[in-house]
Design a protein around this ligand. Sequence first.
Ligand code: KG4
Ligand code: ZN
Length: 342
Amino acid sequence: MSGPLVLGIESSCDETGVGIVRGHELLANEVASSVEEHVRFGGVVPEVASRAHLQAIVPALQRAQANAGIDLSEVDAIAVTSGPGLMGALVVGLAAAKALAVALNKPLYGLNHLVGHVAVDLLDHGPLPMPCAALLVSGGHTSLLHVRDITGDITELGATIDDAAGEAYDKVSRLLGLGYPGGPVIDKLAAEGNPKAIAFPRGLTAQKDLVNHRFDYSFSGLKTAVSRWVETRRRDGQEVPMADVAASFQEAVADVLTAKAVDACDYLGVDTILLGGGVAANSRLRGLLEERTAAAGITLRRPRPGLCTDNGAMIAVLGAEVVAAGRRPSSLDIGADSGMPV
Ligand code: KG4
Ligand code: ZN
């Protein structure tokens, strides 16, 4: 398989990623995570993340280059996440990418992080049927996208109006005293619980919310409901059935995410949906989405778990698509846009 040789840099949150691809072929994907440094704070601390990027970026670049077995002068372009994400974190990756672009005299492409989460699937499963839908769920985002052309024609069908799904996992985990990040531990605990034990609310699914063909999500009310339920139990001196709380919470999240995703596919008339982001690792979300998409005749695509979380390869492969499509490079004075829309 051939295609442009692209180096991609990702630094929008707590992962410093450098990936190298040739078209849809993955040559290197180095990720250094600062998650351990955020554990004692119970969530990502922007300043801590920025400092960690600064320390990790050059070693990650060197490892990626060595693993790909290329000389940096061979690359056709430098791609970098320019938004959305944490401002101080984004600028570290952007500064590194600009320095490389200038030193190597290569074009620079500032790219959208969310679209990178969609593009990364090309590395595992090849071309995506267009148009398709994409459900991206992580600690920082919960978005439902309508993708007509990955290099420039994407619209947002819905997004969270408050907490991201992963953020809700992390908050509920803290409430239950299970630590950070909360997703994997709640997922494991939920396997021993009854998902029907407690009827937690499904945000924004009332008839009045289903207007204007928006497929927005809300997880803040769910988090509050879990908190109230647990506090009432504790106050009354009753035991908290942790596994049942985890399973019932997880069921509520998976139920709304998958129901709206399938509704969106139906509304759009698309027959393929891609699931991406760190929460795509969740067993119930995957299982329920598999079930509901199969029942609706929709093909589900999901990159391998290691590519679902933030990494440089997702930006590199999006860069390769953008270069192959003949898109104009970004200007070298491009800034970071923490709230960048798709
Ligand atoms: O994509 P990611 O690595 O980073 C960003 O937030 O961008 O996603 C991390 C999030 C965390 O909130 C974590 O709790 C959640 O993904 N997560 C999970 C699972 N594994 C990770 N959530 C639910 N179930 C999981 N198995
Ligand atoms: Zn992400």
